[in-house]
Write a protein that binds this ligand. Structure first.
Ligand code: PHE
Length: 455
């Protein structure tokens, strides 16, 4: 078995795990859900749910990983009993499948982000960007290849000299870009209306079932839960670190960046509207989210003259960085398994597994019309919640309580006296599985069914 890596410091872990958490989900998904769900009301519910529900599951993944110091399959087996071993291994494998499925569609979108970025750069030197910003199979394939090459070469270099090195370089750039863009957009005419929508919550919507479920699934995806990413990253954390505190920092940073992305994208949408671009259709619904990012924002940038091209370039660089630090964490899940459980060198497993997932992306690109949405739905609405529930059930019902406590005590010897330890075990045991189950049932149309019965 290859030697295991470890993050060199607390900051390195926090940046890598935040890099995983902060992705297209924050900068694209979150603002759009805010805009279509009553503005600030969504933010309010989202923040509460992240701490109440997503954070406890994040902790479950981190603690399993750090206890076992192994890939997801062996980690799950390590906390199982003799009878539950097959289910534990299955859960680990299912996480690997889910991580690969998510990567297979995520990388395609990330490729489009890079191509829009390159398009802006090309325009900056006065050439035509048409090919780069127009949808085509050739474009998706070409930029898919580029994105995979970046992702694979980082993961191939291992935990310290690949994942950690690039996360610690890219995350500060990402934060700087967001801040610059927020400031610039805020000075544009029309931005004030966007800020108003964003900060004035429509409290009548806070408890709407659709909003709550949207917020929950957003929180889940955004913290990279239910695929084993956080478990694998947790397995590279030193025993001397205080896990509950590390997890809380990651959750807080993830929320912080999502809220900041809202300060950028929502005012930008209203600036676009001010400049004559349609963002809400006749029935008052927000236009489809893909068009919003790839059509509305670019047409907004066009109305800003020369500065617009630079703003566009920075925006798509921001998106590409956010996607890259997330995709490396997705690829790490199967790569850790291949290199640890099958004694293939890390380099070889990164290229083999990455190559295989790339082929999945090619299949999706060639069958865009019917396959893309299905893969997204299956992976994020069904698989992720299911694996998340299984992680919680194992921590809550199968793992021996004294072993769990002992692992938690590493790096936080006083944990037993904390508020965290008073509620967290019951939470992962009962509350999280039940509520995530509610999320899962949504993917079967269960709530529409109940609605029909009630009304
Ligand atoms: N959290 C990432 C985002 O918000 C997505 C992700 C999901 C990353 C699952 C890793 C694992 O974009």
């Amino acid at each position: 078995m290859a030697a295991r890596g470890e993050f060199s410091s607390r900051t390195a872990f926090i940046l890598a795990a935040s890099g995983s958490a902060i992705g297209l989900g924050n900068i694209w998904g979150f603002p759009i859900k805010v805009a279509s769900n009553g503005g600030g009301a969504f933010v309010f519910t989202y923040i509460i749910l992240t701490f109440l529900l997503a954070y406890p599951i994040l902790m479950a993944e981190l603690v399993i990983g750090r206890y076992a110091k192994a890939d997801t399959v062996r980690s799950m087996v390590a906390i199982s009993s003799l009878r539950t071993r097959p289910l534990a291994a299955f859960t680990g494998y299912w996480g690997i499948v889910t991580a690969s499925l998510i990567l297979s569609f995520y990388a395609i979108i990330a490729g489009w982000m890079i191509s829009h970025g390159v398009g802006s750069a090309v325009e900056l030197v006065g050439a035509s960007s048409n090919w780069f910003v127009t949808d085509s199979t050739a474009r998706s394939l070409a930029f898919g290849v580029i994105f995979y090459l970046l992702t694979i070469s980082i993961v191939a270099n291992g935990v310290a000299s690949g994942i950690e090195r690039w996360s610690t370089r890219l995350m500060p750039v990402l934060i700087l870009l967001i801040v610059l863009l927020i400031i610039y957009i805020a000075t544009q005419p029309g931005a004030a209306e966007g800020w108003r929508v964003y900060v004035q919550p429509d409290f009548s919507k806070v408890l709407e079932p659709n909003l709550v479920l949207d917020a929950l699934s957003q929180a889940f995806f955004s913290l990279s839960l239910g695929v084993g990413t956080m478990m694998v990253y947790g397995s590279y954390v030193s025993k001397s670190e205080n896990l509950p505190r590390l997890g809380a920092s990651v959750a807080a940073i993830d929320i912080g960046i999502a809220v900041m992305a809202g300060m950028l994208v929502i005012p930008a949408m209203y600036v676009a509207q001010h400049n004559g671009v349609t963002i809400y259709d006749e029935s008052g619904n927000l236009i489809e989210s893909g068009r919003l990012i790839f059509n509305v924002l670019p047409s907004l940038f066009e109305t800003m003259g020369g500065a617009g091209i630079a703003v566009s370039l920075l925006f798509f660089v921001l998106m590409s960085i956010a996607a890259l630090t997330s995709s490396i964490s997705m690829l790490e899940v199967p790569v850790a398994y291949a290199s640890e459980s099958h004694s293939i060198t890390r380099k070889k497993s990164a290229w083999l597994v990455g190559g295989f997932v790339f082929l999945m992306s090619v299949a999706i690109i060639l069958n865009m019309g019917w396959l893309f949405d299905r893969v997204v739905q299956f992976a994020t609405e069904f698989s992720e919640p299911l694996v998340g529930i299984l992680f919680c059930l194992f921590v809550g019902w199968v793992w021996k309580r004294d072993q769990l406590l002992q692992e938690m005590r590493e790096g936080s010897p006083q944990v037993e006296q904390t508020f965290f330890w008073k509620i967290w075990p019951t939470y992962v045991k009962v509350v999280c599985p039940l509520i995530v189950f509610g999320l899962l049932t949504r993917s079967f149309g269960f709530w529409e069914f109940v609605g029909q019965l009630v009304y």
